[in-house]
Design a protein around this ligand. Structure first.
Ligand SMILES: [Mn+2]
Length: 358
């Protein structure tokens, strides 16, 4: 086993003999092997990666810390592992199994005299491991972030009146791929004008015009790791209200960054940012949380939200992304991704945040 698998094996509750992990992200996290299907079966003594013919050769060459076990009939191979290790109870990755998949695995286990445990326990153990990032993981996220920033810097040069949101979004995605990204972290958000009041608006044929805010909520994927950044730029000119809103979000985001440090409680960071925005007269205009963890998934633990009691620790990676959204008018959001340190945070974003008028 490799060190991450050993850690998880040591965390298995006493009543449990094995665990089955099927999500693409968690299989990748523990074995470094990328596939669209596979079963990672972890016992206290050994880890097995069960894959079908399509992945057998690649897994044997590249999977880390596990015995690669090609299968024709999954139940046969699981049955052998159950017998070899005397397994009686198996924990499933609750968040990844559909009801149908769980029913199939339950049948395989019970045919072999074992029972399955359906709960969120395994997911919580894995979250404990994944919530802090190794320097190797952070390096990949920095690379993803650099690609994102370079793509945005090059793409904003194309923005002028009459260009559509979709044209800019497509260009950004193309540049990210050219710069070495595996893909985009999520469907890129490039929205302009009134649409910026919708935090997760989708780019369309809306033509960018002078006086518009343009929100870019974008990220690249690099070796499985995500980046996440939001910048709001203006085209041509801005009015006083736009300036006031931008300034408020800018200051709120700065307060948020200052509050992120080892030992701080997530919900307290959210409160500092939220109180500032509400006190500036924008209560009701900031309806999402202040930030979220990022890693192999775009949204991970911890959440910088009012309901999250998690204490920030060195090595966690979180976004700080307050916004103000005024329906029918416009919205502003500014987002950076940071690594928590003992006494503050390391900002992975370097693109300036002062109001930029293109
Ligand atoms: Mn985000």
């Amino acid at each position: 086993m490799n060190s991450s698998l050993e850690l998880l094996a040591a965390m298995l509750p006493e009543k449990v003999d094995a665990a089955i992990i099927i999500s693409n992200e968690n299989r990748r996290y523990f074995t470094q092997f990328v596939s669209s299907l596979g079963f990672l079966m972890l016992t206290r003594e050994e880890a097995y990666l069960l894959v079908d013919f399509r992945y057998a050769e690649a897994a044997q060459a590249n999977a880390s810390g596990c015995v690669v076990t090609p299968f024709e009939k999954l139940s046969d191979e699981i049955g052998k592992i159950i017998k070899r290790h005397g397994i009686r109870s198996v924990m499933l990755e609750g968040s990844a199994f559909t009801l149908n998949d769980a029913a199939k695995i339950d049948a395989v286990l019970s045919d072999n005299g074992a029972e399955s445990i359906h709960s969120d326990e395994l997911d919580l153990l894995i979250t404990k491991l994944r919530i802090t990032k190794t320097s190797c993981e952070v390096d990949k996220m920095i690379k993803a972030q650099r690609i994102t920033e370079q793509a945005l810097t090059e793409t904003v040069k194309l923005i002028k009146e009459g260009v559509t949101e979709q044209e800019i979004a497509v260009e950004l995605e193309y540049k990210m791929r050219r710069l070495g990204a595996d893909g985009v972290s999520f469907d890129l958000i490039v929205i302009a004008g009134e649409k910026t009041s919708m935090p997760h608006g989708t780019p369309g044929n809306n033509k960018i015009k002078s006086g518009d805010f343009i929100t870019f909520d974008i990220g690249a994927l690099y070796e499985g790791y995500h980046s996440d950044m939001t910048r709001t730029y203006a085209l041509g000119h801005v009015n006083d209200k736009q300036k006031r809103v931008y300034d408020t979000v800018y200051k709120a985001q700065k307060l948020g960054l200052e509050a992120v440090k080892g030992g701080a409680v997530c919900k307290d960071v959210d409160k500092i940012v939220r109180d500032f925005i509400y006190q500036a007269g924008f209560e009701g205009c900031f309806g999402h949380s202040t930030g979220h963890g990022v890693g192999l998934e775009i949204h991970e633990q911890p959440a910088l939200s009012s309901g999250c009691d998690t204490v920030l620790q060195s090595g966690m990676v979180v976004t700080v992304e307050p916004g103000i959204y005024i329906p029918g008018e416009f919205g502003v959001r500014i987002e950076d991704m940071v690594v928590v340190t003992a006494d503050g945070c390391l900002n992975l974003a370097v693109l300036p945040k002062e109001l930029m008028i293109l």
